[in-house]
Design a protein around this ligand. Sequence first.
Ligand code: ADE
Ligand code: ZN
Length: 325
Amino acid sequence: MRPKAELHLHIEGTLEPELVVELARRNRIDLPTFDVSAIRARYSFANLQSFLDVYYENLAVLRTEEDFYDLAAAYLRRAAAQGVRHAEIFFDPQAHLIRGVPLDVVFGGLSAAMKDSDVSAALILCFLRDRGAEEAEQVLRAALPYRDRFIGVGLDSAEVGHPPSLFRRVFDIAASEGLHRVAHAGEEGGPDYVWQALDILRVERVDHGIRAMEDPRLVARLREERIPLTVCPLSNVRLRAVPSLRDHILPAMLDEGLVVTVNSDDPAYFGGYVDDNYEALRLELGMTGEQLDRLARNSFEAAFAYEAEHSGGARPTGGPLDYAS
Ligand code: ADE
Ligand code: ZN
């Protein structure tokens, strides 16, 4: 299996229906159904928002440190089996804080699972853009006591109507704390959102970014500055950002010389983990081994916290990746 880094993965999006049911039973939470197939049958989405509605609803089962541990441990096991050597993992603290789950529980469970895994891993704290900039700033300040547990900040949730420009201040604070910066832009929003993410938020990677291809000047900028794009092919199909995988613009992005990477986004919902995305590109788009190798190489180039000496599955034992010590 091709070694790769995964750079666009929401840990909450790895909550498989089987784990939803297990955690609901453990926490005595009532669900509309405990039938795993019935839960999975709901996973047909018209757009990003219709997915987010289900994604947030399922989070009700995550309550304790052990729940977050089990979630992250399950992802890291699957990632290892798919050739992932390093993962930069998004999490959505606001989605838990608003349900009364404290940051300490979230960081505690996720960090412990990362420490116990052979996959090198780091956390990126995402702001829910549809909850506004003021709350984002509050969350960042609340998370700063855990500054050594995360390497950067991101911006996710409902994109259109919540432009990057609104989040200038919180991204400035993150930069002054030495945090890396990424943002979802150009998934459903237009190229103007990608420009804002670059110029106003000073992001170092763009998450999705597929609609950047509509603006040749933007493509030139991304190419010249070698700004990576974390593209998620199966997600784009399932959320109808593209009509089908055969229509995906990813090969054209590579041909433009962009630093494209392949990622799984929310694999419990979109029908595959990261290597399944690579495999779909091979089978449905006819991408060659050479092209897929380039995508995998790009993933290591685009990583913030990958240290080559950790390749081969060794767990970091010191330095900035050793969060849980
Ligand atoms: N949160 C989880 N997955 C997301 C996606 N694909 N876009 C925006 N926000 C998300
Ligand atoms: Zn995403």
